[in-house]
Design a protein around this ligand. Structure first.
Ligand code: PLP
Length: 438
């Protein structure tokens, strides 16, 4: 294994990175196992973010490593256009089992962004297939993150991600976000205030007419914008309004899927079923890139009445890649056999208490959590938004913990295999960082 520093860092244009600052003082990871990364200097770094929210079963999980190794020697690549391979079908069936058969079909992509764009396209094509081709409008939500494809950016609601790339898709509107520090700060789990914000969808229906609206897409818990937990009753209300007007509801579960909230999916946690669900990340424990759209049977079946031929003109070269399928099957096995969700459930209260022990530390203006995801909002430095949290991120890494920051919010989403000592280490070191932050 190459554990030395690269000879040059110039050529790699790094994604979502302050390239100049990083290259002046890099953070280089060279290996990972269980709950820890190791950096190029041999320091152990506790993974407080499951990589990028994508490693629920922990790093270097032996069963997953073995499954991928075996598959690469057996079937390195096979197309899934007009042919297939067994693992793609096996994984799909097992995923349906994993959802308790609430969904009937799964469409593979390579990432969350592709899953989102696929789901949006499916929603448009579904209405068209049923003779409601006028339903072309897509509704997202302010502060939503749905990846970086043009569809996901258009329904997304993070200004910085959008502002350089217009024109985005026409015919898109947004619900208001639900973040309210005045009323909901320091909530545990779902905050009390804000269910009525779902009624804004009625306002959009009145404005645009239901006959023009194809789908609403939201993250059940917004992750990348800083862990925004839905107010009590909000999702149920959104579901009711969608049903009333024949609008499809898509949950983007790229972060919340695969155990993050201590249930298989957020829809299980909240008891609200979407018509489609986009996933990625934990689907393969982050080992091989893969995304997937789960759809209810009625959506899929609407395409099957067409004259014989290809039913959906959409797909990716690597849809259902054998290595990703092997990783996905092994990941589900690890979830089942090693009680990953059960462990998350057992750790949830301890994690929440540890989070709320940060109350009163310098600059902390909100703490919020649900399942094993937490947000810590800091008071911004005047005139320098994001600078305080970024400084915290750098200091935390130097102190041996990986945290994630967005604006002035710290997000924590550790692998679900953690124990109490990991929680103590994570929050102990983070408290130290916060206590010494300018
Ligand atoms: C809710 C959500 N949707 C979509 C995406 C995009 O996924 P990817 O980066 O795999 O394209 C992300 C990534 O963090 C996400 O959090």
């Amino acid at each position: 294994m190459n554990e030395s520093r690269p000879s040059s860092m110039s050529a790699f244009w790094m994604p979502f990175t302050n390239n100049r600052d990083f290259k002046a003082s890099p953070r280089l990871l060279v290996s990972a196992e269980g709950m820890y990364y190791k950096d190029v200097d041999g320091n152990r770094i506790l993974d407080g973010t499951a990589g990028l929210w994508c490693v629920p079963c922990g790093h270097a999980q032996p069963r997953i490593t073995q499954a991928v190794s075996e598959m690469v020697g057996q079937l390195d690549f096979a197309p899934t256009f007009q042919m297939g391979h067994p693992a793609a079908f096996d994984l799909a069936e097992q995923l349906m089992d994993y959802t308790g058969h609430k969904f009937g079909h799964v469409f593979y992509t390579n990432s969350g962004s592709e899953a989102v764009d696929t789901a949006l396209k499916m929603a448009l094509a579904y209405h068209k297939a049923r003779g409601e081709g006028g339903r072309t409008r897509l509704i997202g939500r302010e502060r939503g993150y749905h990846g970086v494809g043009f569809g996901g950016l258009s329904v997304g609601g993070i200004g910085n991600n959008r502002k350089s790339f217009g024109p985005l898709l026409p015919g898109v509107d947004h619900l208001p976000h639900t973040h309210n520090l005045q009323k909901n700060a320091f909530s545990r789990g779902e905050p009390d205030f804000g269910a009525e914000l779902a009624d804004e969808l009625e306002r959009l229906v009145t404005l645009h007419d239901a006959s023009t609206i194809a789908a609403v897409i939201i993250e059940p818990v917004s992750g990348s914008t800083g862990v925004l937990v839905p107010p009590k009753g909000y999702l149920k209300r959104l579901r009711e309004i969608c049903d009333k007007h024949g609008i499809l509801l898509i949950f983007d579960e790229v972060i919340t899927g695969f155990g993050r909230l201590t249930t298989p999916f957020a829809s299980d946690y909240f008891g609200v079923e979407p018509d489609m669900m986009t996933t990625a990340k934990g689907l393969t424990n982050g080992v091989v890139p893969m995304g997937a759209v789960f759809s209810k049977r009625f959506i899929h079946d609407a395409f099957m009445d067409a004259p014989p031929g290809i039913e959906l003109f959409h797909g990716y070269t690597y849809s259902g890649h054998p290595l990703a399928c092997a990783a996905g099957i092994a990941t589900l096995q690890v979830f089942r056999e090693q009680g990953v969700i059960e462990n998350a459930r057992a750790m949830q209260a301890y994690f929440e208490d540890a989070l709320h022990s940060l109350r009163g530390l310098p600059h902390v203006i909100d703490l919020r959590s649900i399942g094993l995801v937490a947000g810590i909002e800091l008071e911004p430095i005047a005139g320098k938004p994001g600078a305080r949290a970024y400084a915290a991120f750098k200091q935390a890494f130097a102190d041996g913990i990986l945290i994630r920051v967005t604006g002035d919010i710290i997000a924590l989403s550790p692998p679900l295999i953690l124990d109490r000592q990991h929680i103590d280490e994570l929050f102990g070191k983070l408290a130290n960082v916060l206590n010494n932050l300018d």
